[in-house]
Design a binder for this molecule. Structure first.
Ligand code: MTE
Length: 334
C-alpha cells in the first residue's frame, strides 16, 4: 500500500465533534430518535456551526440507538473523535484511485440504490438479497471504534450499523462454514480506479474472516457514520468494520458474501503475501517489512503536530479478542 501525507484540511471544515457530541446527548436522552429531529431542536448558533462541520445534508439522517457512553463499554471509547472532514476526505478506496482524496473526489459517481448482496457457499439460505431486506432485519446502533490502517495512521469513528454476526446468522451458515469471504462491487464505468491500467488489484477487492472472528460481537457492518448514512468514499452502502484488525480487512461496498470450508484468498495477501497476512491483527511488535508498526499518526496530524501515539496490541481490543488467537503464533500468522 502507498504511504502518503494527509491532505491539508481547512480548519473551517474540521470539528464536527463538539456539535456531534451535543447531538449524541439528545439521542442518548431519548434512547433512539431521528437525528434530523434533534438538529431541528438546536439553537441558531449550533445550526450555523453544523453547516460547516456536519456531514452534508444530502446524506440521510439515520435512526439508531446511541452507544452507551461508559468507559468500560468496548463499543465505545472516550478518545476524541476524528473530525468528519478527515473521516470523509482521507480515505483508502482503490476502486476510485490511490490518492487519499481520490475517493472523496470521485466516489459520487457510484450508484448505490438499488443495491443487492449475493450470498452463497456453505449456507442454508443462499440467494440475492435486497439491501432493504437486510436492513429491515437489523436495527441500527452506534459504535465508536478506533480504525488503525496498516500504513500507520488511525482515526476514531462514530459508526452506525449492526453486528456482523447477527446478519450472517440470518443466512444460516452450515456447520461446514469455517470462513466467510466478502467482495466489493466491480463497476468499471463508475469506479475509475478499476479502469486504471496501473492498478495492482485484481478486481474485485476481496477480504475474509474466520467464522469465529466474524461472529465476534465487535465485528460490525456499517451503513452510516456521524449519525448519517455512510458517504460513498467510506464504503456505501454497506462496509465491514473490524476494529482490532488493520483497516484493509474492513472491506467497502460489499456485494457478495460467501461461506467456505477453506480459508479464502484475499486481495492484499495475494498481491504481497510477505507484507499483508490473512489475519492482519494490529500488532505493534510485528513490523511491516518496510516500516514499523510500533506507533501511529492519529488523525488529524500534520508535520508540526504529528500526533503520534503508541500502537496497542489488537488496536486496544485485546481484552475482547485475544482469546480468539490463544495458542497461535502471532508473528507467523500476521
Ligand atoms: N475496501 C475496498 N473495496 N477497497 C479499498 O481500497 N481499502 C481498505 C479498507 N477497505 C479498501 C477497502 C483500507 S487499506 C483501509 S485503511 C480502509 O478501507 C479505510 O477506510 P476509510 O477510507 O473509511 O477510512
Amino acid at each position: 500500500m502507498l504511504i502518503t501525507k494527509p491532505n491539508d484540511v481547512l480548519s473551517s471544515e474540521i470539528t464536527p465533534e463538539s456539535v456531534y457530541l451535543n447531538r449524541r446527548k439528545f439521542v442518548g436522552a431519548s434512547g433512539s430518535l431521528l437525528l434530523g429531529g434533534a438538529l431541528a431542536a438546536c439553537g441558531k448558533t449550533e445550526q450555523a456551526e453544523a453547516k460547516v462541520s456536519e456531514p452534508p445534508s444530502d446524506l440521510a439522517a439515520l435512526e439508531f440507538s446511541a452507544v452507551k457512553k461508559d468507559a468500560a463499554n468496548p463499543f465505545y471509547t472516550t478518545e476524541a473523535l476524528t473530525p468528519y472532514a478527515d473521516v470523509a476526505r482521507y480515505n483508502n478506496f482503490y476502486e476510485f484511485g490511490t490518492g487519499k482524496d481520490d475517493p472523496y473526489k470521485y466516489a459520487s459517481a457510484l450508484t448505490t440504490n438499488p443495491w443487492q448482496v449475493k450470498v452463497d457457499g456453505e449456507v442454508a439460505k443462499p440467494g440475492t438479497y435486497n439491501l432493504e431486506d437486510i436492513l429491515a432485519k437489523n436495527p441500527l446502533e452506534e459504535r465508536i471504534y478506533r480504525l488503525r490502517c496498516v500504513e500507520a495512521w488511525s482515526m476514531v469513528i462514530p459508526w452506525v450499523g449492526f453486528p456482523l454476526g447477527a446478519m450472517l446468522q440470518q443466512f444460516e451458515p452450515t456447520s461446514d462454514a469455517k470462513y466467510v469471504k466478502f467482495e466489493t462491487l466491480v463497476r468499471k464505468e463508475e469506479m475509475r480506479g478499476q479502469r486504471s491500467f496501473s492498478s495492482t488489484i485484481d478486481w474485485p477487492y476481496e477480504e475474509g474472516l474466520r467464522m469465529d472472528e466474524a461472529m465476534h460481537p465487535l465485528s460490525f457492518m456499517a451503513t452510516g457514520l456521524y449519525g448519517r448514512e455512510i458517504p460513498k468514499q467510506n464504503g456505501a452502502p454497506l462496509r465491514l468494520v473490524m476494529p482490532w484488525k488493520y483497516g484493509f480487512k474492513s472491506i467497502k461496498s460489499i456485494v457478495r458474501i460467501s461461506f467456505s470450508k477453506r480459508q479464502p484468498a484475499t486481495s492484499w495477501q495475494q498481491i504481497a503475501p510477505h507484507e499483508y497476512g490473512f489475519y492482519a491483527n494490529v500488532n505493534p511488535e510485528v513490523d511491516h517489512p518496510r516500516w514499523s508498526q510500533a506507533s501511529e499518526r492519529r488523525l488529524p496530524s500534520s508535520l508540526f503536530e504529528p500526533n503520534r501515539i503508541e500502537t496497542r496490541l489488537f488496536n486496544g481490543y485485546a481484552e475482547q479478542v485475544a482469546g480468539l488467537y490463544s495458542g497461535m503464533n502471532l508473528v507467523r500468522y500476521y
